[in-house]
Design a protein around this ligand. Structure first.
Ligand code: PGA
Length: 272
C-alpha cells in the first residue's frame, strides 16, 4: 500500500521559477556499439554539432566509457553509465561499482531501467542502494520508472510510478533529491514504436513533480529534471520537448544513428 501524500493544488508557477530550462537529452546505447563504433559516433556527432544548445549525455556500454570520456573532454557532452553495483568492491564477479565509474570521470548513471528490473530482477530496494552509491561517488543518477501494460490496466500508471519513486528515494537527502533525474518510461513504450500521448506523459511527469513538491517543497522539486523516454525519434520528439512539464528525453534506438540523434539535438536547440 503506497502511503505518500499528494498536494492536489499547488502554485506551479512558483515551481517553474526554479525549473531548469535547458533540456536534457540522454542517449542510452544499451548493448550496442564496439569501442571503435562508439569513438566514430562521437567524432561525427561533434563535427556535426559545433554547439550543443541542450545538455547531452551519452551512455555507452561499460567498455567504451574510458574512450568516450576522453573524446568528450571539453566538447560539452556528458558521459553516463547504464548501471552500477551498489557495493564499492568485493566478490561480485562481472560487476562494476559506482566508485569505479566515478574514478574514471563518469558524470551520470542510469539506474533501474526496466530492462534491468525485468531481466536482472532489480527490486526497488536494490535501486535505492544504487542511487545512494551513485550520489556518494559524486555522480548524478537517472532513475527510470514506468509501468507495464498490465500494471497500467490493473493499477494505473500513476500509482505504479509513485510507488517506484517513493521506494527508490527513501533515505536520500533533500539536496540529493534536487539533483536526481527521473525518467518516466512506460515499459510498453520502450523499443515498441508506441509512445504515450504528450498529454499523458506531461500529466504523469507533472504528478511526479507535484508529489515531490508536497514532500520536499517547491524549490527542491523545481530543480529536478523529469524527462520522458520510450520510442522517441527525430519525427515525434518535438511535441514532447515542447511540453513545459518535460525537461528532456531519454532516447534508445534513435540515439544509435548519428544522423537521427543529431536531428533530435537540432530540434531541441531550435526550441530555445
Ligand atoms: P527506445 O528506448 O527509445 O528504443 O524506446 C528507450 C530506453 O530504453 O531508454
Amino acid at each position: 500500500m503506497v502511503t505518500f501524500v499528494f498536494i492536489l493544488e499547488y502554485n506551479f508557477n512558483e515551481v517553474l521559477i526554479f525549473m531548469n530550462t535547458r533540456k536534457l537529452i540522454i542517449a542510452n546505447w544499451k548493448m550496442h556499439k564496439t569501442v571503435d563504433d562508439s569513438k566514430k559516433f562521437i567524432d561525427e556527432l561533434i563535427s556535426e554539432n559545433k554547439n550543443f544548445e541542450c545538455k547531452v549525455v551519452i551512455c555507452p556500454p561499460f567498455v567504451a566509457l574510458g574512450a568516450i570520456i576522453q573524446k568528450c573532454h571539453d566538447s560539452g557532452i556528458y558521459v553516463g553509465a547504464q548501471n552500477c553495483h551498489f557495493e564499492e568492491k568485493g566478490a561480485f564477479t562481472g560487476e562494476i561499482s559506482a566508485l569505479m565509474l566515478g574514478s574514471i570521470g563518469v558524470d551520470y548513471v542510469i539506474i533501474g531501467h526496466s530492462e534491468r528490473r525485468t531481466n536482472f530482477h532489480e527490486t526497488d530496494a536494490i535501486i535505492n542502494k544504487k542511487l545512494k552509491a551513485v550520489f556518494k561517488n559524486h555522480m548524478t543518477p537517472i532513475l527510470c520508472v514506468g509501468e507495464t501494460l498490465e500494471q497500467r490496466v490493473n493499477t494505473g500508471a500513476t500509482d505504479v510510478v509513485m510507488s517506484q519513486i517513493e521506494n527508490a528515494i527513501d533515505g536520500l537527502t533533500s539536496s540529493e533529491v534536487a539533483n536526481l533525474v527521473i525518467a518516466y518510461e512506460p515499459v510498453w513504450a520502450i523499443g515498441s514504436g508506441k509512445t504515450v500521448t504528450v498529454d499523458d506523459a506531461s500529466k504523469i511527469c507533472s504528478k511526479i513533480r507535484n508529489f515531490l513538491c508536497s514532500n520536499y517543497g517547491a524549490e527542491i522539486s523545481g530543480k529536478m529534471r523529469i524527462i520522458y523516454g520510450g520510442s522517441l525519434n527525430e519525427k515525434n520528439c518535438k511535441e514532447f520537448l515542447k511540453s513545459d512539464e518535460l525537461n528532456g528525453c531519454l532516447i534508445g534506438g534513435s540515439s544509435l544513428n548519428v544522423e537521427s540523434f543529431s536531428e533530435i539535438l537540432n530540434i531541441t536547440g531550435e526550441l530555445y
